[in-house]
Design a protein around this ligand. Structure first.
Ligand code: FE2
Length: 430
C-alpha cells in the first residue's frame, strides 16, 4: 500500500506525541505511531504540532481590506463604522468585492485558515456583496469552505427592503439567515426580528447566525428571545449567537437564569475578541468595561464557544491579518483564561469549536476525516498561541497548498554565533 502523503512524528492538539498521519484519496487513512507503509510524499514534522485547519465562524468578507474607503473611522465606534460602511456600499462594485475577498482568501490559506463563515450585507438593493461573495465561494471551493450569512446590516425592520433582499439572497444561494436585533429601532422590533428570522430559517431548513446584543446595554436581551425561538421552532444546534457582549454588563442573577436557557437551546456562542475589546466600553469613562461575553461561564454550562476574527482592515477594525492564533490570544487575555487547560480550550475556540458551529463535515484528525491540516512551528497548542506560530505547511485534501519557512533568528554576539528558534522554551508541566 502506498499512501499519497505521510506526515511523520507529529504532536497532536490532544497531547499525543510521535504520531504519523497517512493520507490517501483526500482523506486521513491512519493516525498512529510508526506507520510502516510507503507514501509518494513524506513530511517530517520533527515533534512539532499538527492541527486541523483554523476555522473562522464570524467574518465580514464583503468589507475586508477596504480600510480608508471612502474615509477613515475617526471615532472608532461601531456606529460610525456602520455609517461609514453605508457610504462605501453606495459605490461598491461586484468586481471590487471579488478582488478584495480573493486577496483575503489567499492570506487566509497562508495562515492555515481553511473554513470561514462570512456575513454578507443584504441592505443594498443591488445585492452587490451577495453577487460578489457567491462568485468567490465558487472560486475558492477547492481550498476554503466558505459559508455565507444573509445579513441585514441596517436592520430587518429599520431598513426598507431588508426582508425582501434577505429572501432574495437566500434564493440566490446564500446559506444562512442573519440579523441584528439590537440595531432595530426598539427592543420590541428587535425581538420581532429574531422571531421572524428564525421562522424563515425553519421554513427553509437553514441555520441561523445573528449579530446578537453587540452592545454594552445590560438590558439588551435578544439572546433570550433567540434561545426561546430556537426551542419553539426545533432549531436546536443550528443557531449561533454572535458577539453577545451585553452579557458582560448584565446583572449576575439574570445571567444565572440565561446561561442554562442558552445551553438548553444548544446555541453556539461566537465571541469576537479583537473587535469587541476595541469597540465596547466606548461610552464609559473609568473603569471601562471590556465587553467580551462571559466565555468561562458559557463553557462551564456546556455551551459551544467559538472565537471569530470578524474584521480585517475595514470600517470597524483597522488591524488584523487572518491569524486565528492572534484571535485566540486576545480571547484568552480578555477572558483571563490563563490556566494551561484554559489556554488549550482557547485553541479549540479557533479550530474544533467553530467547526462544530458551522457543521463542517469530515473536520478533525481522526481516520476518515478530510486530509486537511496545518504543521505549526510550535510543539503544542499553548506554544502555538503564545508565538502566533508560523504555519510551516498547510495541507488540503492530502496536498501541500502553502509553505512558510521556519522563523529562526541568527545572532552574532561579539563573535559568538547563535541561532534562536522561538519554539525552544519548554515550561515544567506539573
Ligand atoms: Fe460581525
Amino acid at each position: 500500500m502506498s499512501f499519497d502523503l505521510l506526515v511523520r512524528n507529529a504532536n497532536l492538539p490532544d497531547g499525543r506525541t510521535g504520531i504519523d498521519i497517512a493520507c490517501w484519496d483526500g482523506r486521513i487513512a491512519a493516525v498512529e505511531q510508526d506507520i510502516t507503509a510507503e507514501a509518494k510524499e513524506t513530511i517530517d514534522a520533527g515533534g512539532l504540532l499538527v492541527s486541523p485547519p483554523f476555522v473562522d465562524s464570524h467574518f465580514h468578507m464583503d468589507a475586508t481590506l477596504s480600510l480608508g474607503l471612502p474615509r477613515m473611522n475617526r471615532s472608532g465606534t461601531l456606529l460610525e463604522g456602520i455609517a461609514l460602511w453605508g457610504e462605501l456600499k453606495e459605490i461598491l462594485t461586484v468586481e471590487a468585492v471579488v478582488e478584495r475577498a480573493l486577496k483575503y482568501c489567499d492570506l487566509a490559506v497562508s495562515q492555515g485558515l481553511l473554513a470561514i463563515r462570512t456575513h454578507v450585507d443584504v441592505c443594498d438593493d443591488r445585492l452587490t456583496g451577495v453577487k460578489g461573495l457567491l462568485e468567490v465561494r465558487d472560486k475558492v471551493r477547492d481550498y476554503i469552505d466558505l459559508q455565507l450569512v444573509a445579513f441585514p446590516q441596517d436592520g430587518l425592520y429599520r431598513s426598507a427592503n431588508a426582508e425582501k433582499n434577505l429572501l432574495a439572497a437566500l434564493d440566490m444561494g446564500v446559506d444562512i439567515v442573519g440579523g441584528i436585533p439590537h440595531f432595530e429601532r426598539t427592543m420590541e422590533h428587535g425581538a420581532r426580528s429574531v422571531a421572524r428570522l428564525c421562522e424563515i430559517a425553519a421554513e427553509r431548513g437553514l441555520m441561523v447566525d445573528l449579530h446578537c446584543d453587540e452592545t454594552d446595554d445590560p438590558m439588551s436581551r435578544h439572546i433570550e428571545t433567540l434561545a426561546l425561538e430556537t426551542q419553539r421552532l426545533g432549531l436546536q444546534g443550528r443557531v449561533a449567537g454572535s458577539h453577545l457582549t451585553s452579557m458582560h454588563s448584565m446583572d449576575n442573577y439574570y445571567v444565572s437564569k440565561l446561561l442554562p436557557l442558552i445551553a438548553e437551546a444548544e446555541i453556539h456562542a461566537i465571541a469576537n475578541p479583537l473587535i469587541n475589546i476595541t469597540l465596547q466600553g466606548r461610552h464609559d469613562s473609568y473603569p471601562k468595561r471590556r465587553g467580551q461575553t462571559r466565555v468561562p461561564e458559557l463553557r462551564s454550562h456546556g455551551v459551544n464557544v467559538a472565537f471569530g476574527h470578524d474584521c480585517v482592515m475595514d470600517p470597524w477594525y483597522s488591524m488584523g491579518s487572518g491569524d486565528m492564533l492572534e484571535v485566540a490570544s486576545m480571547g484568552l487575555h480578555v477572558a483571563q483564561m490563563t490556566s494551561r487547560d484554559d489556554i488549550r480550550y482557547c485553541f479549540d475556540c479557533v479550530t474544533s469549536h467553530p467547526a462544530r458551529a458551522m457543521g463542517l463535515e469530515g473536520y478533525g484528525l481522526q481516520t476518515g476525516c478530510k486530509a486537511d491540516f496545518v504543521l505549526l512551528q510550535a510543539r503544542d497548542t499553548i506554544e502555538a498561541i503564545r508565538l502566533k506560530a508560523t504555519r510551516l505547511k498547510v495541507v488540503k485534501g492530502g496536498k501541500v497548498i502553502a509553505s512558510t519557512p521556519a522563523r529562526t533568528a541568527r545572532l552574532d554576539l561579539a563573535g559568538r554565533p547563535v541561532s534562536v528558534d522561538p519554539a525552544g522554551y519548554a515550561p515544567k508541566e506539573s
